[in-house]
Design a protein around this ligand. Structure first.
Ligand code: ADP
Ligand code: MG
Length: 701
């Protein structure tokens, strides 16, 4: 069967009709659809891209748009974090509709009201196809998406039903899935630049073998590059997660442990003096032929703790000549890719004034936020919209201010740590410096990007920096407080007995710097490699009872240490462990014992930490003996007690205690409680609707 016409077929008519208008056109004229495919399950949705009759579009333009966003061109966006939010803010006045695929109420969805949003994961092929079916174009605000399904949509389209007829719909995808796939793999990305035929300097790199061969590979890298060198996960990394600086052969084992089983590559250390970034708008025609690459000014990016914290435009103490070279290089790099849109090019400025490409992001980028105010006629977000929709873009991008500084607002030690900073931004009015506050309406978590402030001026960047000092000082103070709190709570410095958690810097599920990811929680927890909970038992026979609790700790990503400390057989060792636990960074102790269960109480007498006793049912007396031994502690030596054998509650209580000072754990606990409530509601509904007989039959299965 022939495929349905490509949207590009409409190009010859001057512009594309939006899907909604086309649907109405089809409905009004009962136009016979050509080249119909018969998919198994067409999406019950409105759009198609089938070619309308000549002259039809002018009439359609005059129709009233009663429905929300009716008639606007729809861009389907995979991901709805702050980049998507700012894209929506740019789209709103332009009459462009953005359909977001992400969690309910994601930051971008809050900024754009439409009935086309899709709830779900941007990694879910089914949801991506659903989004495609209701969009004129597809784009992304995050590169870690399923490119297989995007390729499938480009090649085979998605079936949509329009007024009872089935058509194949192929929204153009920008940037191309080819670009996304290439960029997802940092190693291949740079191999591509190397073999592009253009002069694109990159750091020397070698792929690292997996499994047992990894060590030999690392030795080879050490020999070839010298030390230090950078070991990087090829895929899924962001904000420095997934990178490991290898200082010597001694780091090999830790590096392999930290980066786990992911495909890795090693990169020669780049002794940079500054990091620069350039945003580039890439346009191409509907046949995929490059039209133009237009560069924004070069900026200086400051990374602290592997996160971009500040951006300076123009870069401080960098000559115009180097800035121009950076822009030219960035356009060269982006010209080798595929599809339309804005791209960020991260680069290193080396001591000898040469430039080296670090990596590319195929989307709006943190280093381009400043363009909202500094290049207001074509911010990076407006540029993304214009490029994707093939609308005009300027052939030069000159800022409308002399200098600009962007400061990220990162979540601090406490949920309100940033309030002084946002308050200062709200209350500062200065003839020589304009202040623009952006908050993303994301819950504050330590190090999370929750907003940014852009400062602009008609003075040198150094003068602007001096004027911006109160802002910069507050940003730095929030960071210092966060680091201090983190080192006190999540990063105890001393060793304890064994840890169930992987080492620091382990990569997490793909996400980007901008995205609201469920995984942020586990990432945050994973950033602590030292145990927070000590789980100890009087005898190894208690271990099976503790398993349920250990599973809970794992589920919540709580690092824990295990030990056997018998109150009667190893009393000295038990007291030593109890005495040293707090100093080793442990925050809560879970102690399980059966029979004459003195362990929890004895530990409690020796430590200032909260101790939760788990009474274990021993051979005789049904565990009542254990329970009473633990619960009947004398005044002054409090010891929490859970039900007999109920290590689940011991673990949950431990997490609640941690949650009192680590917001992530409290948040996770809330979610756990909501999930538990939902599970009971589902059961109740099933019982009410199906009756007891059917329910019991179901339970027997
Ligand atoms: P991410 O995906 O987290 O942005 P990058 O590969 O860009 O990861 O690395 C994060 C930061 O680590 C860079 O901005 C730079 O500061 C530093 N870095 C990365 N690669 C190298 C290198 N080869 N040499 C020195 N520093 C590097
Ligand atoms: Mg980077």
């Amino acid at each position: 069967m022939d495929p349905a016409p490509r949207p590009n077929a409409l190009k010859s008519m001057g512009h594309r009709l939006s899907l909604t208008k086309l649907r109405r056109a089809l409905s009004g004229r009962k136009k016979k659809l050509e080249e119909i495919q018969e998919p198994d399950e067409p999406y019950q949705t409105t759009p198609t891209t089938t070619k309308p009759e000549e002259g039809q579009e002018e009439e359609e333009e005059e129709d009233d748009d009663d429905d929300m966003n009716e008639g606007n061109t729809v861009i389907g966006l995979l991901g709805g974090g702050q980049l998507g939010r700012m894209l929506c803010e740019a789209a709103n006045p332009l009459g462009i509709d953005i359909a977001i695929l992400d969690e309910h109420n994601a930051p971008a969805k809050q900024a754009h009201n439409t009935n086309r949003h899709v709830v779900g994961s941007f990694k879910d092929p089914g949801r991506i196809k659903e989004l495609a079916a209701r969009s004129d174009y597809l784009s992304v605000e995050i590169e870690h998406v399923d490119t297989e399904v995007l390729e499938d949509i480009e090649k085979n389209g998605v079936p949509v039903e329009i007024n009872g007829e089935i058509v194949t719909h192929r929204p153009p995808i920008h940037p191309s899935w080819r670009t996304l796939r290439l960029i997802q793999d940092k190693y291949l990305q740079k191999e591509h630049f190397k073999s592009s035929g253009k002069t694109i300097p990159i750091a020397e790199q070698i792929a690292i073998e997996s499994g047992d061969a990894a060590l030999d590979s690392l030795k080879k890298a050490g020999k070839q590059f010298g030390f230090p060198f950078m070991l990087k996960a090829r895929k899924g990394s962001y904000d420095g997660r997934g990178n490991f600086k290898v200082d010597s052969e001694d780091d090999f084992a830790e590096a392999i442990k930290a980066l786990g089983t992911l495909p890795l590559y090693a990169e020669k250390w780049a002794p940079f003096v500054k990091e620069l970034a350039v945003m580039v708008i890439r346009t191409e025609d509907s046949d995929g032929k490059l039209k133009n690459c237009v560069a924004y000014p070069a900026v200086e990016t400051i990374h602290e703790d592997s996160i971009c914290t500040k951006v300076f435009m123009p870069p401080r103490d960098v000559s115009e000549d180097i800035c121009e070279k950076a822009r030219k290089l960035a356009t060269e790099v982006i010209s080798t890719l595929w599809g339309r849109g804005v791209f960020a090019v991260e680069m290193f400025l080396l001591e000898d004034a040469s430039l080296m490409i670090n990596e590319v992001a195929p989307r709006p980028h943190n280093s381009g936020h400043y363009t909202i105010e500094a290049v207001p006629y074509m911010s990076q977000y407006k540029a993304q919209l214009h490029a994707v929709l093939d609308l005009p873009v300027p052939d030069k991008l000159i800022p409308r201010v002399q200098s600009s500084i962007m400061l990220n607002i990162l979540g601090g030690a406490k949920p309100d740590s940033h309030h002084h900073l946002s308050g200062l931004a709200r209350s500062t009015y200065d003839d020589d410096m304009d202040v623009y506050l952006h908050l993303y309406n994301k819950e504050s978590k330590p190090s999370r990007k929750i907003g940014h402030i852009t400062l602009t001026g008609f003075c040198s960047v150094q003068e602007l920096e001096a004027k911006a000092k109160p802002f910069i000082d507050l940003v730095d103070q929030i960071r210092l407080d966060r680091l201090e709190a983190t080192s006190e709570t999540l990063r105890p410095t001393q060793e304890t007995n064994g840890s169930a958690k992987p080492a620091e810097k382990a990569p997490v599920e793909p996400a980007t710097d901008n995205h609201v990811e469920a995984q942020e929680l586990s990432a945050e927890a994973a950033s602590s490699d030292k145990p927070l909970v000590l789980v100890t038992m009087g005898s190894d026979s208690d271990l099976p009872v503790l398993k349920a609790g250990l599973d809970i700790l794992k589920e919540f990503n709580v690092p824990y240490a295990l030990d056997i400390t018998s109150a009667h057989r190893t009393p000295k060792y038990m007291m030593k462990v109890a005495d040293e636990a707090a100093g080793k960074g442990i925050k809560v102790i879970i102690a399980a014992a059966g029979g004459a269960a003195h362990l929890p109480g004895m530990i409690s007498s020796e430590t200032p930490l909260p101790v939760i006793g788990v009474p274990v049912k021993a051979t005789h007396l049904d565990g009542i003996d254990s329970l009473l031994s633990i619960v009947q502690m004398p005044r002054g030596v409090p010891t929490a007690t859970v039900g007999i054998n109920n290590s689940t509650n011991a673990a949950l209580l431990a997490i609640r205690i941690l949650g009192a000072f680590v917001p992530e754990y409290q948040q996770a606990m809330k979610k756990y409680q909501v999930d538990m409530e939902e599970a009971v509601i589902v059961k109740g509904t099933k019982l009410r609707e199906g009756g007891d007989a059917a329910y019991l039959a179901g339970m027997k299965k």
